[in-house]
Structure formats: C-alpha cells, structure tokens
Design a binder for this molecule. Structure first.
Ligand SMILES: *Cc1c(COP(=O)(O)O)cnc(C)c1O
Length: 371
C-alpha cells in the first residue's frame, strides 16, 4: 500500500503526459515555453483570480510575494507553528520576524482570536511593525479567512495564504488560493495537485503586485532580463512541469471528489473513536492528508507500529512545532508557549490518503485502528 499512490495515477494519464512532454521536446522551449502561459491561464480560471504566476516551488511561491511587499528586518509576519518549515523559513530568510500564533484544537489552523491578541501585543511592544498574516490551509482545509481578513483590514496588514496543501479546497463558492492579498501553492509531487519535480504558483487579483512578482521571478527583470530594476531570484517553473500539470489538472476535480469520499469513509469508520480534523460548515478540504489524533505519544507509537506490521505506511505531520525547532531558537520561544500545537504534534499522525485507495484498503486501515 502507498501513502500517496502516484504510480496508479500515472497509469491512467501516462499517454497524455508523454504526448505533452514530446511536444515540449519538439518545440524545445524548456524555459517559459507556451505551456507556462497556458497553465497560468487555466490555474487562474480554476481558482477564480485575475493573475497566476507559476514558479519553481511552493517555497518560492511564499518568498516572492513577501519580497514584492518589501518585507524585511523589523517586520513581523504572523503565522502558525504547526506547519512545514517553509512557511516560516521564508520570513526569516528575508530578515523579518516570524511571530507564531497557536492553532484551533479542532481545525489545526491558526486561531483568529489568538491572532488578534498577538498583533496587539506586537503593536504595544513597539519593537516590530506588523506587516503580514501568513495562514496555512493545513492538510487541505482552508483557514478561517473571513475572520482573518477582518483582522487584517482592522490593522491595515496583508494576508498571504499558504495554500501549498490547500489547492482545490474552498469556503462556500470561493476557492482556496484566492484568499488574502495573494496566495501561494505547491506542486511538489505528493501535494493534491503535483507535478514530477518541484513547482509552485502565486495567485492575486492585484495587477501591480502581479507585475512586480513576475519581475522578481526572473532576477528582477525590467523591459527584459538584462534590464534589472530590482533584486529578484531564479524562480521559474520548468516548461516540462507545466506540461505535466496541464494533464493532471484535467483529472483534478474528479480526484478531489474521490478524496472527499475517502475522507468520508475514514471519518465514518474512525471518528467515533478518534479525533479527526473538523471541517467547518461550507468548508471543503483538498485532503492533502488525513490525520488522526491519539491519546498520547505512546498510543501513537503503538498504532503506527501495528499499521506498519500490516504493511500500511503512516507519517507524522508535524513531529515538532516550529517554535521549538533549533532553526528558530534565536526567537526565544520555549516549551509551553503554544500548548495546542505542542499537544497535537505529540499525538497526531497521518494515514494513506489519495484518490486510488480501494474500499478494501480503507476498511483494512480502519480495522487495524479500531480493533
Ligand atoms: C509543501 C509545503 C510548502 C513548500 O512547498 P515546496 O513546493 O515543497 O517548496 C510550504 N508550505 C506548506 C504548508 C507545505 O505543505
């Protein structure tokens, strides 16, 4: 059994993938070839925003908008400690300060009430300028953007949605990766929409921001790439990856529906006994992960080893919250600062989640966990 079964997915689309890759080999435009513009148009339409800028990874998709806003030393960016390192890494990379805010116990996403207190505290302390909120759509579930946007508007700060796991999710009729002033996603192979290497995209409705991000993506280009009007990066997506994503986008909605069904079956079988991620009314998750909260670290260890004995792979997302990582030790956080993130990270683990899981496999996983 696979944790994410990219092989099974490939069986159904291999021919189309090969055809599209061959087209790229024929035209030879490996950098910024025609597939890039085609993909950006389709992604923007899918999400329902005006501009999509494809890029080299989900990490660069976070870095580029922060650079475009000039975020740097002395600036505070508010985010969750219960996420992948990249979310806070990009803040630090620019010399700005990540200010962590604990999560909600049921959704595992940033808590808007604690967020506002954290912003007020930064304002009172007068050491940092509050500049941006960077919520994460954890495991595919959009954060609480209606509350977050209200707070951002009240304090005049930006929102950057980390939709690396969230692409395909929604709140009501509004798709993930359209929240905030800009949104980022990742096409790392194991994400809900993955390519065959690294890739990412940024979304916004702001044409000026889009133009600056387009420039930063190619070394701060002006009228051409040898006219450099700002400091940028080499942040382009490969044409071949865009070709692969064009194929995968065709089956994505169907895959999302099946992920939803898989999650529904897991919930029905497991939720009487285990805490699983709460999906608020009108929210739809892209189900990047399906996670289970156990009683304690030992309980988790026992269950994971029982599953392993049965040939069922599992993973822990995330074993250590970011405020306790060595890379952020200079920020001065300690154990106990974010008790919900700490408690969940000690008890949570994820089971296989992908659209090619069979009924029998879901049943087998659930049986091991419930017996
Ligand atoms: C995967 C991920 C990223 C980084 O994406 P890459 O494409 O691997 O650079 C950022 N944030 C979150 C929440 C992620 O899960």
């Amino acid at each position: 059994m696979q944790f994410v079964d990219l092989k099974k997915q490939q069986e159904g689309i291999r021919e189309d993938i090969e055809r599209r890759i061959n087209t790229v080999l024929d035209h030879g435009k490996y950098i910024m070839g025609p597939e890039i513009a085609e993909l950006e148009k389709q992604l923007a339409d899918y999400v329902g925003v005006k501009h999509c800028i494809s890029c080299s990874s989900g990490t660069d998709a976070l870095l580029i908008p922060l650079m475009a806003w000039g975020i740097g030393p002395g600036d505070a960016v508010f985010t969750t400690p219960f996420t992948f390192i990249a979310t806070a890494e990009v803040i630090q990379l620019l010399g700005a300060t990540p200010v962590f805010v604990d999560i909600e116990e049921d959704t595992f996403n940033i808590d808007p009430v604690l967020l506002e207190s954290a912003i007020q505290k930064v304002i009172e302390d007068k050491q940092l300028n509050p500049k941006c909120i960077l919520p994460v759509d954890l495991f595919g579930l959009p954060a609480n953007y209606s509350e977050i946007q209200k707070i951002a508007d009240k304090y005049g700060i930006k929102v950057l949605e980390d939709g690396a796991q969230g692409f395909g999710g929604s709140i009501g009729d509004t798709k993930a990766c359209s929240f905030g002033h800009a949104a980022s996603t990742s096409f790392f192979p194991a994400k809900p929409l993955g390519c065959y290497g690294d890739g990412g995209a940024i979304f916004t409705n702001d044409p000026e921001l889009a133009a600056v991000m387009d420039s930063i993506r190619v070394h701060g280009k002006g009228s051409d790439k040898y006219d450099n009007i700002r400091i940028g990066i080499n942040g382009r997506m490969d044409t071949i990856q865009a070709a692969i994503l064009l194929t995968k986008l065709n089956i994505f909605n169907n895959e999302l529906d099946i992920r939803d069904q898989v999650a529904g079956k897991y919930r029905a079988l497991l939720s009487p006994q285990y805490q699983v991620q709460a999906v608020p009314k009108d929210y739809r998750s892209a189900w990047a992960q399906f996670s289970i909260v156990t009683d304690d670290e030992n309980h988790r260890k026992r269950l994971m080893s029982k599953l392993k004995d049965d040939g069922i792979p599992t993973a822990i997302y995330y074993p250590l919250p970011l405020h306790l990582q060595k890379a952020f030790s200079h920020l001065g956080y300690t154990q106990g600062d974010f008790s919900i993130s700490e408690s969940i990270s000690q008890r949570i683990f994820s089971v296989p989640m992908h659209p090619y899981l069979t009924e029998e496999e879901i049943k087998r996983i659930s049986d091991v966990l419930t017996k």
